[in-house]
Ligand binder design. Structure first.
Ligand code: NAI
Length: 282
């Protein structure tokens, strides 16, 4: 099957998923709210394509064609799937999904939310059976496994079509049931929050927390460097979702994280978070 993807949201994840698709020959229409954001996203995708080539080797297929747009609607007639990767805000996602799903009969409508239960978004979608979650990790063009969330109302047809797309992108799906944070964010986000709290309490430095988690526990990246990679603004949004839906106090974002969001130190994408970065990804 020839895939044609619409990706909504040209931030960290939207560009990463687009890079992955282009490398596998899948054409993408990438949608965001302004031409300025889309121009920056094009530059980032060019960099990511080079990084992917260096780290993962040459692409197997001819590169897919990239189009950018401020509306998904002109491309919807020929799309085979829509992936939503806008900000981690249930209201914004519901609005975006409502508009696009009303015009997209019979194709999977996929949310890349990291924490919001998929079924919470299903009422905003024209046909709830078309909606499922694919939790691509960051950077999506390098990480081989994707957590797939099957909501209670997700239909077989959407699951099969999403499986077909992931196979074309050479990703390994692991299907889980719907819950706040699913498996990966339910485990990872409170752990990062604890790591920040440990620094806040003065037990250890940022560098030492990360060095212990990589050197002693074998994590590929320390939790605070991971926070910078995710984006601390997004991390905090997802922690609030987890906290509100589970009541778990471990998920209440700690003051150190909240302060970084207030100061605009969101991690790699702003050039500074727990660490400083030469290259600003925005
Ligand atoms: P981001 O903040 O980097 O990008 C979000 C983008 O959405 C921005 O470019 C913004 O302009 C755009 N946007 C906002 N409203 C829009 C609208 N109505 N229509 C089109 N675009 C709109 O966020 P990021 O990190 O890319 O996250 C996107 C989604 O992926 C979130 O749900 C997040 O929780 C999830 N996610 C993030 C991961 C990460 O490591 N950052 C990992 C896995 C999932």
């Amino acid at each position: 099957m020839d895939h044609q993807l619409i990706v909504l949201g040209a931030g960290v994840m939207g560009t990463g998923i687009t890079t992955l698709a282009l490398r596998h020959g899948v054409p993408v229409t990438l949608v965001d709210t302004s031409e300025e954001i889309l121009t920056a996203a094009r530059a980032r995708i060019a960099t990511e394509l080079r990084t992917a080539q260096l780290v993962a080797g040459p692409a197997e297929a001819d590169p897919g064609v990239l189009r950018t747009a401020t509306s998904a609607l002109p491309a919807i007639g020929t799309a085979t799937a829509v992936i939503e990767a806008v900000v981690e805000d249930a209201e914004v996602k519901a609005e975006v999904l409502a508009t696009v799903s009303a015009a997209a009969p019979g194709i999977p409508v996929i949310t890349n939310t990291s924490s919001i239960p998929v079924d919470e978004l299903a009422d905003s979608v024209a046909r709830p059976e078309d909606l499922l979650g694919t939790h691509f990790m960051n950077p999506s063009y390098l990480i081989p496994t994707v957590e797939v969330i099957r909501g209670p109302r997700t239909g077989e047809k959407a699951m099969a079509a999403a499986g077909d797309l992931l196979a074309a992108l050479r990703r390994k799906p692991i299907v889980v049931r719907d819950a706040p944070g699913f498996v990966t964010s339910r485990l990872l986000h409170p752990m990062i929050n604890d790591a920040a709290r440990i620094v806040q309490e003065g037990t250890a430095s940022v560098e030492d927390v990360d060095a212990l988690m990589t050197g002693c526990l074998g994590h590929p990246t320390g939790p605070l460097r991971t926070a910078d990679l995710i984006g601390i603004d997004n991390l905090v949004d997802a922690l609030w979702v987890l906290h509100k839906r589970t009541g778990d106090e471990r998920s209440r974002p700690c003051d150190l994280l909240l302060g970084k969001v207030r100061e605009g130190h969101h991690g790699r994408k702003t050039g500074r978070g727990f660490y400083e970065y030469e290259k600003v990804f925005s």
